[in-house]
Structure formats: C-alpha cells, structure tokens
Design a protein around this ligand. Structure first.
Ligand SMILES: Cc1cc2nc3c(=O)[nH]c(=O)nc-3n(C[C@H](O)[C@H](O)[C@H](O)COP(=O)(O)OP(=O)(O)OC[C@H]3O[C@@H](n4cnc5c(N)ncnc54)[C@H](O)[C@@H]3O)c2cc1C
Length: 390
C-alpha cells in the first residue's frame, strides 16, 4: 500500500493536526517523519490560549501545567504583572505533545511512517511520485509540514523567503524545592537580557523550560547570553541544565510568496508564518492546518476549488502578521523608544499582549490602539525628527 490521497511530510503540530482533520474526513492520508517518534523538539512548549482553543479534542493528558500568573520584566524590573483564573498558556513537552497529536491522527485512520525522510517529488498535479529514504510512494497531494528548512517547499518550488530569528532553550531542573516552588508559579518574559530579543521561563510539571531568542543577525554568543540570563535570575548555582539546544524560527509575513500550487501546499514553520515578536509558531501551525484541511477536503471529496485557494485563504493571517512586523520593528529595532514605552505604559501594553494571545484582539487592532496613544505618537514623531538618537 504505497498510494495515498495526501502525503504529509513532518509529524510536528502542523502535520499531525492536518493529518487528524483529513483522516476524520475519511481521506487516505500518510504522515511521514524522518525522525524516530516521539522525538525531542527545541521549544518553550507554550500553547497560548488562542492555540489551545483551536485544538478539536481534549489534550489534558499531555499538559504539564497551566500558567495563570505572568510577568514581563525589563532589565529585571517588573513592568507588567498579570493573574487570571482562566489559564493564559498551557505548557507541554513537545516530544509527548506532538506524538499525542500524531496518535490522534492515526486513531482517525491516518497512516504513519517514521524514520522516513522526504527526498524529492516528480509527476504532475494529482499524480505525484514521491521519493523517500524508504522507497517511492504515490499521492495526489503533497503537504510540506517539515519545519523551517522545508525540503518539501523547495521540491514544490514554493520557496518561502521568510526572515529567521534564533532561539536557544534548555530544560532546567532545580533541586532546591523552595526555589522551584516559587519559580513554578510564574511564567516570565524578560526583556533586556539579550539584544533584540527576550528570555522566558516556562514552568513545566517538575522543571522549567528556559530560553532566549533574538532577531538580530549579529548575535554569535547565544550560550553566553543564556548563562548570563540564568545569572540575572540567580539560578546559575542551582540549575541542572539538560538539552541546551538552538534552532531557528521563521517569522512572517514573507513577501510575495505562494504557500500552495496545484501539487501541494505548506503548513506550520514550512510556511514561515510565526509571530515576529514572540516567535510563537504553534498557533499559526494549527490555523494553517485547519484552513488547509478544508481546502484539501473540498478538492478531494467534492471536486470543488483548488489548492491555490490556500494562498488567498492565508491572506488574513499574513495581513495581521504585517502589523505584528511593524510592532516588531518598534520593539526590537528602536529600543530607546520601546523600553521607554514598556516603563511608562507596561501595564497597558501587557494587557494588549494578553488580549492577543488569548485571541481577544489582533495585531492590527493592537497597532492602531498603540498609535492612538498621544504619548506614543509624540515619542515616534521625535524619533523621526532625530533617528540617530535611538
Ligand atoms: C527555542 C524555541 C522556542 C519556541 N517556543 C515556542 C513556544 O513556546 N510556543 C510556540 O507556539 N512556538 C514556539 N516555538 C516555535 C515552534 O517550535 C514551531 O513554530 C513549531 O514547532 C512548528 O511546528 P511544525 O509542525 O511546523 O514543525 P516542526 O515542529 O519543526 O516539525 C517538523 C517535523 O518535520 C520533520 N522533517 C523535517 N524534514 C523532514 C524530511 N525531509 N522528511 C521527513 N520529515 C522531515 C522533522 O523531523 C519534524 O518532526 C519555538 C521555537 C524555538 C526554536
């Protein structure tokens, strides 16, 4: 049995959730992954409420903890504190979470082959020959869910030219029970710990995922920044560090690109649409999986539309990320202003960010709101008059 309606390359959140939706629609789908599953993935494992709300089944068995208390700091001083009865972020470990999603897909009838790498595709739309490390397969549609360095995107000639930020993350164990108890209570986003980026502490069930990211191309000594961050948090003498690893996060929106043609389409990091401020990617992976599943189902089950409709269907996400990118420039490229804003308007800005990650507002609305604040307008017009001051 080597012939399928759809072959999805990559069993991360994007590929697995898409596999689930397609299999639920009785579409003959295969998910392949080059790694042996379950596999470790460098990631904070923070599922924002807007991401949690998309998942169409209960995931409580793979939730490590729920974050109700959140802090934003600037140079180690709190600029925003937030507490909520509803969880703001659900914390997962990506090996367990991703594999849980993959198994949800296989329980619906999707086929799965791990340790099977995608190599190339030939043939015409609707009749594709797919070469893998374990032989040839046939499919009507090929989906690239194979992450930031997507080989499928290149093979489909859907090269996504997104920018990339670098992240470094580790699993941190704290033997001091009192210290761990305090840290477990708060999810922390810390600015001023690395140029053009931030650090985070995400509490898991029995340990912390701690990481840093930067959008600067000039940063070389990521590990040094990481150790400095632990020092700022007074953890350097207590932390048992496991799996300290780096990876790239693509961020959008890319300009003038296509996410689909009649042979296939891209979802998740392969499509390059992560949040340009925070690096959050799983929400976008889930949104794309949802949208892609409807377009594929319309084509295969009802002969309606075509895969290229996916390009238009992603426009609203793309448009909102364009506003996020404007804010990204403010946050990371003009620190003189953004740090002043965090100090003066930390509470208002923090609340807006909570509204974004809980799905109550969009970056477009946040952008318009921020620039309606008179103090911010003035700061900006002064910056324009005297740009070298930043
Ligand atoms: C340090 C760091 C922290 C992050 N923290 C968060 C966070 O807290 N919250 C959040 O929302 N996002 C976070 N992200 C982003 C998030 O990890 C990604 O957006 C998310 O993993 C994208 O999922 P995906 O399914 O598109 O791809 P991936 O999760 O990257 O999965 C791709 C899969 O494709 C497989 N693959 C690759 N090439 C091939 C091939 N040729 N053949 C077969 N299989 C292949 C890989 O083995 C992999 O399993 C973080 C990223 C980094 C680097």
């Amino acid at each position: 049995m080597n012939t399928f309606d759809v072959i999805i390359v990559g069993a991360g959140p994007a590929g697995s959730l898409l596999g689930y939706y397609l299999a639920k629609n009785k579409i003959n789908v295969l998910i392949i992954d080059k790694q042996k599953l379950p596999r470790y993935k460098v990631c904070g494992g923070g599922l924002t409420r807007r991401a949690l709300d998309i998942i169409p089944f209960n995931i409580s068995e793979v939730i490590e903890s729920y974050s109700h208390n959140l802090n934003i700091t600037l140079y180690n001083s709190i600029v925003f504190e937030y507490t909520s009865t509803l969880p703001v972020i659900g914390m997962v470990m990506r090996d367990r979470f991703d594999y849980f999603l993959t198994k949800k897909a296989t329980h619906q009838g999707a086929a799965l082959r791990d340790e099977t790498a995608f190599k190339s595709v030939t043939g015409k739309a609707g009749d594709l020959n797919i070469e893998t490390s374990r032989g040839f397969l046939k499919a009507k549609i090929l989906v690239g869910a194979d992450g930031v360095f997507s080989k499928t995107a290149k093979a489909l000639k859907l090269n996504i030219s997104s920018k990339q930020m670098i992240g470094l993350e580790a699993e941190i164990y704290i033997p001091n029970a009192n210290m761990l108890k305090t840290l477990m209570n708060i999810t922390s986003f810390d600015f001023g710990v690395i140029p053009e980026g931030y650090g985070w502490i995400f509490p898991k069930k029995e340990h912390l995922s701690i990481g840093i990211l930067s959008v600067s191309k000039k940063i070389k000594a990521m590990k040094q920044y990481f150790y400095n961050y632990l020092e700022t948090k007074k953890l350097q003498n207590y932390a048992h560090i496991k799996s300290l690893k780096g990876w790239m996060i693509p961020y959008g929106p890319p300009k003038n690109i296509f996410y689909a043609n009649e042979k296939g389409l891209l979802v998740g990091d392969a499509a390059g649409l992560s949040d340009p401020i925070t690096g959050e990617g799983i929400f976008y992976a889930f949104k794309e999986a949802d949208i892609a599943s409807q377009i594929i189902a319309d084509k295969l089950l009802f002969g309606k539309g075509g895969l290229s409709l996916y390009n238009g269907a992603l426009k609203p996400l793309q448009k909102d990320l364009a506003y996020a990118l404007k804010l990204h420039r403010l946050v990371y490229k003009i620190p003189r202003i953004s740090h002043k804003l965090m100090k003066v308007h930390g509470n208002r800005l923090g609340k807006k960010y909570i509204d974004i990650i809980t799905g109550k507002t969009t970056y477009c609305m946040m952008y318009k709101k921020i620039f309606s604040i008179q103090g911010i307008k003035t700061l900006f017009s002064n910056q324009r008059k005297n740009p070298s001051a930043s």
